[in-house]
Each structure stands twice: as structure tokens, then as C-alpha cells.
Design a protein around this ligand. Structure first.
Ligand code: HEM
Length: 416
């Protein structure tokens, strides 16, 4: 076995044990940014760093059709959605998400989330003590459904929150959690397809610019609407990751506790540095470990052969911590975002490149704006004390979270 080839070893267990750091650690051991191994019994080329990201996002070299591991298609992604499309078909479907996430619509969602947050604080104060992560899931589900034109009766809030959460929070599990996530995918697709059919038949009337309306009325390149099932997958591609922003919001809380000087600075500031803090949360903390693609045609890069059909995996967490780009990468330091725009292939918490062209997440304006709302609430408006402020992040969990969640005790309303 050459140093850069670990062909005989299947690294699935090593990856599951340390999903965020497996690739960068192995790459560092090998002194390479590309290496081969086997994952889920399939030969896979692992890549890490900004230069590798630039190659990975070149659509002449890589395609996404057939790239997602089947267990994730049955849970996190669903089948037939934008994630697996290529070329013109991908660009057109992607435009749908950029329309849904138009800046005016992002502001409308931020307002809905702020209202839900303020309502929730009153309940949290009555309860005295809460775990922020599940509570934020609930309020985000309420807000995003109202915003997206998806009816959500009060009695269904908990069930739908649980289902949307299981799509991302249980998807990386290999045991019971995986089965829960598969069941949630089936139930959530039935629910979303039903909403699409009701809009199309005129039984349900929703605002024109809402996500449900835009998706229900979207026409594929052949002039046909998407099937209700695929439309459901795309509607869930809006609802699920918006609720998943609860993970980043939990990390905003964790980062404020871990960096009291920054809490102080933000609390007394004019919000001008909020975004730098949020970007550093997205760089520093682990969330989405990696993305996959398939080699389109044989090519070579940095002396490494990429044969047609090979699955490649780009390490997002490791790229965000690459010491060639980031000074003291493991230090939480929002100042690195104060003056400079990060490079689109070096800062990749939600994928790299241009969201209109590449597979980069179209939801960054939503997740960052909802993190703004949360930061404002946590640093300036709410009065609370974390019950376990020193808890370290559990890197073995997918998605990673502070071990044991993020319990807080409400002390009273702040300066609202
Ligand atoms: C919670 C924070 C979020 C994280 C960590 C996240 C992360 C990601 C990542 C890593 C990708 C894959 C990029 C790639 O394949 O190259 C992605 C794609 C995607 N995200 Fe997000 N995302 C988040 C929020 C959102 C939101 C709020 C939305 C929509 C409202 C959204 C919709 C999508 C869609 C539709 C894709 C597929 C894009 C494509 O294949 O072209 N995401 N996201």
C-alpha cells in the first residue's frame, strides 16, 4: 500500500467514529490533501482544503447524479430533488430556491421568527428552565410553515417538528435513529405532497410568493409541473434545513458562553459585529461534515488519478479549519471576518462556489439571518444563565452538539 492509498481498508467505522475530523486527520497523517479509501464498501477519494474544493465544484469534472449515499437519500435528502441534478436542469431547479429565498422573503421569515421567539420567551419564563435546541426547533417550525404557506394547526406542531427534525438529526444514525428518520421522510413527504396537491386543485389558497406556492406552480424544463412527490421533496428542502438552523443557533449560545469578552462586546455594540461572530460560529463549529460527487471523466490532479465513476468526498469541516488558509484555525476569533470577505472555496460551512451555478446551499441568507435574530435575543434581549456552560461539543454526534444539549435557566426579560 502506498502512503496515499489506503485501498484495502474500509474506513466507514473510522468515519462514523469521528465524522468531522476523519478526513483532515488522515490527510495530515499522509501529508496529502487527497487520498483514497473505502467508505460503505465503495472506493472513495477524499479531498480537503480550498484548492481541492475548487476542483470538486468544477461541474466538468464532477456530477451529482448518483452521488448521495442511499441511506442519506432515504432520510436527509429524499429522491429526485435538486441535490442530485446536473447541468441546465440543476441550474433551472436551483433558480426556484433563489426565488424562494429572495432578500425580501428572508426578511419576512426573520420577522416571523422574531415574533415566535418573543412569544416563546414568555413560555420559557413560565417554565423556568428549558433546553434551547428543541425549543428553537419548535419555534422555527411554526415560523417557517406560516411563511412557506404550509398550514400547521397547533395540535400538529409537535409532530411536524419531530418529523422535520428526524430528517436531519437522525439521518446520520445507523441504528434505530435511521429507521426513525426513514419513517419521518415518508410521513413528511405525504404531508408536503398533500399541501402541493391542495394548492394545485385550488382547495388551499396561499400567498403567491410563499415557498409552497412557488414550488406548486414551478414548471420543469419540459414545461410540466414537478410530480407531487418531487415537489414535496423540494418543499421539505426548504422546511427541513430552516428548522436545522436550530443547530447553529445552539452553537451561537455555546459560543457566547465560551467567549464572555465577545458576549460583552456584542451586548454593548450596535450589531455591526454580529455578522462576523455568526460567520465565525459557522466556520468554527461542526455541522455538515462533507459532500459527495462522482467523477465525470478520467482526470488527474496533483498527480492523483480520478477515474470516471469514482465517488469523491469533500471535507467541509476540515476545509474550514485548513491551516494553510486560516490562522490558528482552532481558535474562535470573529475578527477574522471583520474586514475580509471569505473565499468562496475556503469558507464552506454550507458548500462552496456560487449558489446559482454550483451545488452550494441556497439557504445561507436564511440561516445567517435567523442566527442574527437568535444572537440579538441571546446577547441583548433575554436574561438567562446556561446550566452547563462548559460542556464540550460532542464530535461523535451527527449533527454535533454540546454534549447533553444546551439547558438554560430564564432569569427575566431583558431590555425589551
Ligand atoms: C441550517 C443551516 C444549513 C446548513 C449547515 C446547510 C448546509 C448545506 C450543505 C453543506 C449543502 C450541500 C452543498 C453541496 O452539495 O455542495 C446544502 C445544500 C442545500 N441547502 Fe442548505 N444548509 C443550511 C440551511 C439551508 C436552508 C435554510 C435552506 C433553504 C431554505 C437550504 C436549502 C438547501 C438546498 C435546496 C440545497 C441543495 C442545493 C443544490 O444541490 O444545488 N439549506 N446545504
Amino acid at each position: 500500500m502506498t502512503l496515499s492509498e489506503l485501498k484495502s481498508a474500509d474506513s466507514t467505522l473510522a468515519l462514523l467514529r469521528d465524522p468531522y475530523r476523519f478526513v483532515s486527520r488522515r490527510a495530515a497523517e499522509l501529508g496529502a490533501h487527497v487520498f483514497e479509501t473505502r467508505l460503505l464498501l465503495r472506493r472513495t477519494t477524499c479531498m480537503t482544503g480550498a484548492e481541492a474544493a475548487r476542483v470538486f465544484y468544477d461541474p466538468t469534472r464532477f456530477q451529482r447524479d448518483g452521488a448521495a449515499p442511499p441511506p442519506l437519500q432515504k432520510t436527509l435528502f429524499g429522491q429526485g430533488g435538486v441535490q442530485g441534478l446536473d447541468g441546465e436542469h440543476h441550474r433551472q431547479r436551483k433558480a426556484l430556491f433563489l426565488q424562494i429565498n429572495h432578500p425580501n422573503r428572508v426578511e419576512a421569515l426573520a420577522e416571523a421568527v422574531t415574533q415566535e421567539w418573543e412569544r416563546a420567551v414568555a413560555d420559557w419564563m413560565a417554565a423556568g428552565q428549558i433546553d434551547l435546541y428543541p425549543q428553537v426547533q419548535l419555534l422555527l417550525t411554526r415560523a417557517v410553515c406560516a411563511w412557506a404557506g404550509v398550514p400547521l394547526p397547533q395540535a400538529a406542531v409537535e409532530t411536524r417538528t419531530r418529523q422535520l427534525t428526524a430528517l436531519f438529526d437522525d439521518a446520520g444514525d445507523i441504528g434505530l435513529g435511521h429507521l426513525r428518520s426513514r419513517a419521518a421522510r415518508k410521513a413528511a413527504e405525504r404531508w408536503a405532497a398533500d399541501v402541493i396537491e391542495q394548492i394545485r386543485s385550488g382547495q388551499l389558497s396561499v400567498p403567491d410568493l410563499s415557498a409552497a406556492s412557488v414550488i406548486a406552480n414551478y414548471q420543469e424544463p419540459d414545461g410540466q409541473p414537478m410530480s407531487p412527490r418531487i415537489a414535496a421533496v423540494e418543499l421539505l428542502n426548504v422546511l427541513r434545513p430552516t428548522v436545522a438552523t436550530a443547530v447553529y443557533i445552539t452553537f451561537v449560545g455555546h459560543a457566547l458562553d465560551a467567549n464572555p469578552d465577545w458576549r460583552e462586546r456584542l451586548a454593548s455594540g450596535d450589531q455591526g459585529e454580529d455578522r462576523a461572530f455568526i460567520e465565525e460560529v459557522r466556520r468554527h463549529y461542526p455541522f455538515f461534515p462533507a459532500v459527495t460527487a462522482i467523477v465525470r471523466h478520467d482526470f488527474e490532479w496533483q498527480g492523483h488519478r480520478f477515474p470516471k465513476g469514482r465517488r469523491a468526498l469533500l471535507d467541509l469541516y476540515g476545509t474550514n479549519h485548513d491551516p494553510r488558509v486560516w490562522e490558528e484555525p482552532s481558535r474562535f476569533n470573529p475578527e477574522r471576518f471583520l474586514d475580509e470577505e471569505p473565499d468562496a472555496f475556503a469558507f464552506v460551512p454550507q458548500g462552496g462556489g456560487d449558489p446559482a451555478v454550483h451545488h452550494r446551499c441556497p439557504g445561507e441568507p436564511i440561516s445567517t439571518r435567523l442566527m442574527d435574530v437568535a444572537l440579538d435575543q441571546l446577547a441583548r434581549r433575554m436574561s438567562y444563565s446556561p446550566l452547563e456552560p462548559g460542556r464540550s461539543v460532542d464530535f461523535g454526534r451527527l449533527p454535533a452538539l454540546p454534549g447533553g444539549g444546551y439547558p438554560v435557566r430564564l432569569l427575566g426579560a431583558g431590555d425589551r
